[in-house]
Design a protein around this ligand. Structure first.
Ligand code: CTP
Ligand code: MG
Length: 225
């Protein structure tokens, strides 16, 4: 199985509010996208393609390993993943990952790959919901508690049979924006399996997330990994 990872890294990171695109923001001295790429390679993917903001190619080239290919991303994550998919015609399996999840352990990547090897067409890493979870009305008043046993939080990397993902994106109406890639294949009627995710795969969205990631790196003593 030839597995290629597509790293979505073409966002600006407006909620992080840094002086550069989020994927280039340093965590323990190394850009988030570099952490993400190394985790994928350590977990067993053969090749990595990174979708980058078109205007930032040089800055990404300066930090990424030479073997990593870059493609210009689009205005939305969905458009960026579409561009990445078009650049990996020879892959059997595709893992789509966020540069914004820099500390994703290689074991998670390996679990996703193993599920694909085992015949899954689509697989996502998930975590249970531990907080009491409720529905509220328009005024913010609690309506009812949601039974949380069957609820899961979905992370990346999400793994797919490449042809299945390509077909699902082709069937998605132009302009439709779904929040992740598993939603795209589910919209096409494909069964999406799950494997165990990991709290360390947490997404960096706001400055506090970066603070937590810096602490996690220090506690794990993994600088540099
Ligand atoms: N992404 C992308 N292309 C876009 C938008 C997002 O490749 N046009 C990527 C981001 O680089 C990120 C991942 O998708 O790694 C998840 O998106 P998010 O966390 O929302 O990142 P940003 O869109 O950069 O952040 P914000 O929404 O705060 O601007
Ligand atoms: Mg965004």
């Amino acid at each position: 199985m030839h597995a290629v990872a597509i790293v979505a890294a073409a966002g600006s990171g407006s909620r992080l509010g840094a002086d550069r695109p989020k994927a280039l923001v340093p965590l323990a001295g190394r850009p988030l996208v570099v952490w993400a790429v190394e985790g994928l390679l350590a977990g067993g993917v053969a090749e990595v393609v990174v979708t980058v903001p078109a205007a930032e190619r040089e800055a990404f080239a300066a930090v990424l390993p030479a073997a990593v290919r870059m493609v210009d991303g689009g205005a939305t994550r969905t458009a960026s993943v579409r561009a990445g998919l078009a650049a990996v015609p020879d892959a059997d399996a595709v893992l789509v990952h966020d540069a914004a999840r820099p500390l994703t352990p290689p074991e998670v990547v390996a679990r996703v790959l193993a599920a694909l090897e085992g015949g899954a067409e689509a697989v996502v890493p998930v975590l249970p919901v531990v907080d009491t979870t409720v529905l509220v009305d328009d005024d913010g008043a609690v309506v009812e508690a949601v039974p949380r046993a069957p609820l899961r939080r979905v992370q990346t990397p999400q793994g797919f049979d490449r042809a299945t993902l390509v077909a699902a994106y082709a069937a998605l109406p132009e302009g439709a924006e779904l929040t992740d890639d598993a939603a795209v294949v589910r919209a096409a009627g494909i069964r999406v399996e799950t494997v165990a995710g990991d709290e360390r795969s947490a997404k960096i969205t706001v400055p506090h997330d970066l603070t937590l990631a810096e602490l996690a790196v220090g506690l794990d003593g993994t600088v540099p990994r």
